[in-house]
Design a protein around this ligand. Structure first.
Ligand SMILES: Cc1cc2nc3c(=O)[nH]c(=O)nc-3n(C[C@H](O)[C@H](O)[C@H](O)COP(=O)(O)O)c2cc1C
Length: 403
C-alpha cells in the first residue's frame, strides 16, 4: 500500500481539530504551571511566612546623624535597640514627640514572677538609653536626659516612662570609641580560655563606670572558683521556682531560626548550656517535665564550669539604692560591655546570683562590697566572638508624633 500524500490542514477540517489544538496547548500550559507551582512551593510557603515575620534591625549604623529630625530620632533608636536585654526580651518602646524622645518600659515584655521588681528589665532599658546617648554624642550632639519624668509608677493603662531625651548640636563629637563598639558588642556565653585580663585592660574597664555605680573585681583563681560554686547554688535556687521558670521558658527558643522568626528570645546555646540542659532544653528545662530536676542540675553545673573558665569576674553594684538606680546601673553595665568589646575582651552578664536573695548578700561579701546593692555579676575572658542576636526593628518599637 502506497503512502497517500498529506493534505495541508485547513479551516475546512472543522471545529474539532481547532479546539483539540487549543486544548492541548492549554493543557500543556496548565501542566507547566502546575509543575512550576510545585517547584516553587517551598519558597512560596517561605514568602507567605516571611510576610508575617517581624522586621529585624540590621547590625549597622549610619556614619552621621540624619538631618531630618524624625530620621535622626530613628537613627538614635536604631542604636538603642542594639543594647543587651534580659532574655533578649527587648522590653522597650520609644515615643518621639516633637523633638523629645521618650523611652518606655513595655510591661508585656517583662517577667513579673522571675523579675518582680523589674530590676533586670530596667537595667536593660538603661543599657538601651546608654547606647542612644553614646550614638548622639559620637554624632556631635549634646543630649540631655530626664529620668523617670512622670514618676516611678506607671499610670493605669500607660507604661512607665523611664527617661526623656532631648538633644542639640554640640561643640564636638564625644564617645567615638564606645560608638565604634555598638555593633560589635556581644554577650559571650562560650567557655573562655582562662587567660587573665591584662592590667591596662582592667584599668580601662574600671574607668568606664562613673559615680552612680561601682565595679568590684576578682581574679584570684580560688576567688573565681568560690564564685563559680556560688553561681551553681544560685542557679539551683532560681530554677526551683517552677512558676517563674514557666515564664522564663516562654523566651527560650529552640534554634537560631526560631529567634529570627520571633525577633527576640534566646537559645540554650546562647545561655551557655552545653550539657544535657542544652541538648534537651525543650524538655529538660520545662518545669512540668519529669526531666526537670536533671535539667536544672545540668544547667547549674554548666554555669559553674563557665564561671571557672573566666579570666576575671566583675560585680557591678549601687553604693546605695536610688530611684533611678537600676536604669543608671544598666547604663554603667553597657559602658563596661562596650569598652570590653573595643579591647577584644569577652563578657557575659550573669543575673542568677543577684536574683536569688539569699545569694545576693553572699556575693557582695565575696567581692568585699558589703552593704552595697549588687546589680550584675559579669564574667570576663577570651573566646571567639558569637554572631549578633536578632532584634525587632525600629518600626516595631517606636511611634512618632509631629505637631
Ligand atoms: C540585665 C541583664 C541581665 C542579663 N542576664 C543574663 C544571664 O543571666 N545570663 C546570660 O547568659 N545572659 C544574660 N544577659 C544577656 C542577654 O541574654 C543578652 O543581652 C541577649 O540575649 C542579647 O544578646 P547580646 O547581648 O549578645 O546582644 C543579661 C542581659 C541584661 C541586660
Amino acid at each position: 500500500m502506497g503512502d497517500r500524500p498529506r493534505r495541508p490542514r485547513s479551516a475546512a477540517d472543522g471545529p474539532e481539530f481547532a479546539s483539540l489544538t487549543l486544548d492541548r496547548r492549554r493543557f500543556l500550559v496548565l501542566l507547566g504551571g502546575a509543575a512550576a507551582l510545585r517547584a516553587l512551593e517551598p519558597s512560596l510557603a517561605w514568602a507567605k511566612r516571611a510576610a508575617t515575620l517581624p522586621a529585624l534591625q540590621p547590625w549597622s549604623l549610619p556614619a552621621a546623624i540624619p538631618a531630618h529630625p524624625i530620621e535622626a530620632a530613628r537613627a538614635l533608636i536604631g542604636a538603642a535597640i542594639l543594647a543587651p536585654s534580659y532574655w533578649n526580651a527587648q522590653p522597650w518602646r520609644f515615643e518621639v514627640d516633637t523633638g523629645e524622645l521618650r523611652l518606655l518600659l513595655d510591661a508585656q515584655r517583662t517577667l513579673p514572677l522571675d523579675d518582680p521588681d523589674q530590676r533586670f528589665a530596667q537595667m536593660s532599658l538603661g543599657a538601651a538609653l546608654e547606647n542612644l546617648l553614646v550614638a548622639a554624642r559620637a554624632w556631635g550632639q549634646q543630649p540631655s536626659v530626664r529620668y523617670l519624668p512622670w514618676g516611678t509608677t506607671s499610670r493605669p493603662g500607660s507604661s512607665l516612662v523611664v527617661a526623656s531625651v532631648t538633644w542639640q548640636p554640640g561643640d564636638r563629637a564625644r564617645d567615638r570609641l564606645l560608638h565604634s563598639a555598638l555593633t560589635d558588642r556581644r554577650s559571650n556565653a562560650r567557655s573562655y580560655d582562662g587567660r587573665a585580663i591584662t592590667m591596662p585592660n582592667r584599668s580601662q574597664l574600671l574607668a568606664q563606670v562613673g559615680e552612680e555605680a561601682r565595679v568590684h573585681w576578682l581574679e584570684d583563681r580560688s576567688d573565681v572558683n568560690a564564685v563559680a560554686d556560688l553561681v551553681h547554688d544560685a542557679v539551683r535556687v532560681v530554677m526551683s521556682d517552677r512558676a517563674a521558670q514557666a515564664e522564663r521558658r516562654a523566651w527560650l527558643r529552640g534554634s537560631d531560626g526560631d529567634v529570627r522568626e520571633h525577633g527576640d528570645g534566646i537559645t540554650s546555646e546562647r545561655l551557655g548550656l552545653g550539657g544535657p540542659a542544652g541538648w534537651l532544653s525543650g524538655r529538660a528545662l520545662h518545669p512540668q517535665s519529669r526531666f526537670y530536676g536533671w535539667g536544672t542540675a545540668s544547667m547549674a553545673k554548666d554555669m559553674r564550669d563557665l564561671v571557672r573558665s573566666s579570666g576575671a569576674l566583675a560585680l557591678l553594684t549601687l553604693p546605695a539604692p536610688s530611684e533611678a538606680g537600676w536604669i543608671v546601673g544598666g547604663q554603667a553595665y553597657e559602658r563596661f560591655a562596650l569598652r570590653a568589646a573595643t579591647l577584644g575582651v569577652a563578657q557575659q552578664p550573669l543575673s542568677a546570683p543577684v536574683a536569688s536573695l539569699q545569694h545576693r548578700a553572699i556575693l557582695a561579701r565575696r567581692f568585699h562590697a558589703d552593704g552595697e546593692e549588687p546589680l550584675l555579676l559579669v564574667r570576663l575572658g577570651h573566646a571567639k566572638q558569637p554572631s549578633p542576636m536578632p532584634r525587632r526593628g525600629v518600626a516595631l518599637v517606636s511611634t512618632y508624633r509631629t505637631s
